[in-house]
Every structure is written in C-alpha cells, then in structure tokens.
Design a protein around this ligand. Structure first.
Ligand SMILES: [Fe+2]
Length: 396
C-alpha cells in the first residue's frame, strides 16, 4: 500500500492524467481519420484519356468481333475487355460500374468476373466477390460479349465505390503506438525507482528511529517513572497531528520532533529528576533549563525542521505564562503546542514518584480547564476527541 502511495502521489497522478488526455486525443484523432478515410466516391466520365485527373482508369477495348447475322437480321458480335486501374493511392472496395452504351439495341450474350444487368442503354457491372477489392496501384478486369447492329466504339462510364485507408497508413497510428510504448516504459522505470526510493526511505527511517529511540530511552530510563515517556508523547503527538489533518509525512515528522522533546533533560542530575519532595526555586529553574538546553542541542539538527522549536517551546503556555520565553498563542510553534498537550496528558496518565496517575474524569476536566490557559484549544479538543473515541486510552 505504501509503495502504491509512493507511485501514485499528487504530482505523478497529475502527469498521468495529462498523459492519458494526450493519449485519448491521439486515439480520437486516429478514429476520426479512419472514419473519414473510408469515404465513398463516384466518378463519371466519357473517356479516360480526356479525364486523366480521375484516379480510376476505366477502359474497354474490343479484342475481337464477328458477323452474327441470323435469319436475315444483321448483328455484329464483339468481345469487349474492360479494365479498372486503381490510381487513388488507397484500396478501393465495393466498386460498381455503370456503362452507357451508344444505342439501346444491344444484347448481352455472355460476361465474366461479375453480374451484368442491361437496362436500356445502361449496363451495370457488379464485380464478383473475388474482384470487388482493387488494391492500391492494381487493376481488375471484366468483360462481356455484346451483340449489336454495329460495334460500340465509345462508352460513358460512372464508377462508384469506397476508398479504404488502413490504420497503418496513418502517421497518427504510429505516433499513438510510440506514445503508448514511451508511456509504458516511463511508468515502469518511474515505478521501479519509486519502489527503490521507498525501500531506502524506510531503511533510513528505521535507522533514524532506532538511533533516536536509543538516545531518548537512555534519558527516560534514568527515572523509572518516566520510562517510555518520550515514545508515548511521540505517539500521542502523531495522533494529534493526524487528527488535525496533517499529511502522512508531516505526521511522521511531528512524531520524531516529539520523540526528542525532552532531550535537554540530559543535563538534569539524577537526584533532581528523582526528587519526591517539593522543589526549591533554584531546583525548579534548573529543571526548566532542559528546554533551553534541548533547543541548543538540536540547533544544528536542521534535517528535522521544528526539532529545536519542539524541545525549546513545549513548556510554553497558550496564555503566555509558560517558559522559557513566555510566548503566547500562535507565537508558539505548532509542533510545540501539540507536544505540550501530548506531554501533559502523558504526565497526568502516568504514575510519578510523587503521585499516582490521575483518573479519567480528572484528566478530561484538566484538559477542558486548561484550554486557552496551557493548551491551544483546538489541540485540546482533538485530544478530548481521541480519548472519547477510545483511540487514546486512560489508565484504569
Ligand atoms: Fe519537558
């Protein structure tokens, strides 16, 4: 699923949609060309020699003739051999030829390569199935034996049919094929690269997470009561960020920032950390210094934007009464405001050396009471929502 997400992100989907639109436009263009390519035609002419611009050369020659006088009725028999030469540059199909004979006293004796129908002076030739296609630059022949009073020296022709253009003859077809291949190859290369990147990112992520965990666990483990505190705060902060509508990447970053929020505690002595009695003003000030120290420690941790702010400002109050700088409201960086809620919730929901964890009602009341005091009200509401929905549970 994560791999699919890395392949189909907003940017890639945009380019894929653009590519598909271009592909569809090319396809439509090809279909339109194919439709227009199969156009019908009709050419009428008396003699091909006089109409050489017509791309279908129809001619009839008399190959032999004889006297066919019967019972005193004078008739001339003749064999008329015809050809149709296709010079259209395209294939011709379903052609049909109408020949206008010079007189209407003719009789068809026999014919070949088609069906012939004589109607007055009009002789229609419908080619047989095996000759109804004339390939580009090819010819078809036809012929008939005609009996008439005198030889027919000239004819008028009308030829009709359909021009056929095959898809392979269109440049757009090859452009479409090329585009499809380029798209497919690009997509495969892109997908493989993204999967490899995602695998590397996961590996890097795991290394970073484990390094941070080792570091923060070494701080939290100094006090039995705060063991696992940073990990839990990181978890709650991530959940809050998700609830606030952050992207997956932002949620992940907030988790890391929160994980490091108490790193400055490294300078607080064990005695002070574990002290159960009331803290003196000096001791309180020393503990509060963990924010400043944490901020300094993370100053150069620029690859995780917001890490310094998370550590430095997570004890600032929304009403401006927190420490170390007394920032107010939205002056406090958002990651720090999130950590503040998550940190306080975990403190209330954990046993400490000086008290047991608070009850459900008390925690909820504290979250409500401290809206706009300690907590950003929007984030406090998110925490209440997460508790209400059972996504974050309170100790019994
Ligand atoms: Fe802290």
């Amino acid at each position: 699923m994560t791999y699919l997400k890395s392949i189909f992100n907003k940017k890639s989907i945009f380019w894929m949609v653009c590519a598909i639109i271009i592909w569809i436009v090319l396809l439509v263009e090809l279909l339109v060309s194919l439709k227009n390519g199969n156009d019908e035609f009709t050419y009428s002419f008396a003699s091909y020699e006089e109409h050489s611009d017509i791309p279908l050369d129809v001619s009839i020659v008399i190959s032999k003739s004889w006297d066919d006088t019967e019972e005193g009725y004078h008739l001339i028999g003749a064999q008329y051999d015809g050809t149709v030469i296709n010079k259209t540059g395209k294939e011709v199909r379903d052609w049909r030829l109408t020949i206008t004979l010079p007189s209407d006293d003719c009789l068809i004796d026999s014919s070949w390569n088609g069906t012939y129908e004589l109607n007055g002076r009009s002789l229609t030739v419908v080619p047989d199935e095996y000759v109804y296609i004339i390939e580009k630059d090819n010819l078809r022949s036809f012929g008939f034996i005609l009996k008439s009073e005198k030889e027919c020296a000239s004819f008028k022709y009308e030829i009709s049919g359909r021009h056929i253009t095959y898809k392979e003859e269109y440049a757009i077809y090859w452009i479409l094929i090329l585009t499809t291949v380029v798209y497919a190859v690009t997509f495969i290369v892109y997908a493989v690269m993204q999967i490899k990147l995602e695998m590397r990112r996961r590996n890097d992520d795991e290394i970073i997470r484990q390094t941070m965990m080792s570091f923060v666990n070494s701080i939290d483990a100094r006090d039995e009561y705060t063991k696992g505190h940073s990990v839990r705060v990181a978890e709650y902060s991530s959940m809050l960020a998700k609830e606030l509508g952050f992207t997956e990447e932002e949620v992940r970053k907030i988790g890391y920032i929160a994980l490091l929020h108490d790193c400055g505690k490294i300078i607080v002595s064990d005695t002070l950390l574990k002290k159960t009695g009331k803290l003196t003003a000096e001791e309180r000030s020393q503990i509060q210094q963990h924010t400043v120290i944490g901020g300094k420690m993370l100053e150069d941790f620029t690859s995780l934007k917001g890490a310094r702010e998370g550590a430095l400002y997570h004890h600032e109050y929304f009403n401006g009464e927190g420490y170390p700088q007394g920032l107010k409201g939205e002056e406090i960086p958002l990651p720090a405001r999130i950590i503040c809620v998550a940190d306080s919730f975990d403190a209330m929901n954990s046993d400490r050396c000086y008290r047991n964890h608070l009850g459900r009602e008390r925690i909820i009341n504290e979250l409500i009471r401290n809206k706009c005091v300690q907590f950003d009200p929007v984030i406090a509401d998110c925490m209440l929502k997460l508790i209400e929905s059972g996504k974050i549970s309170i100790l019994e």
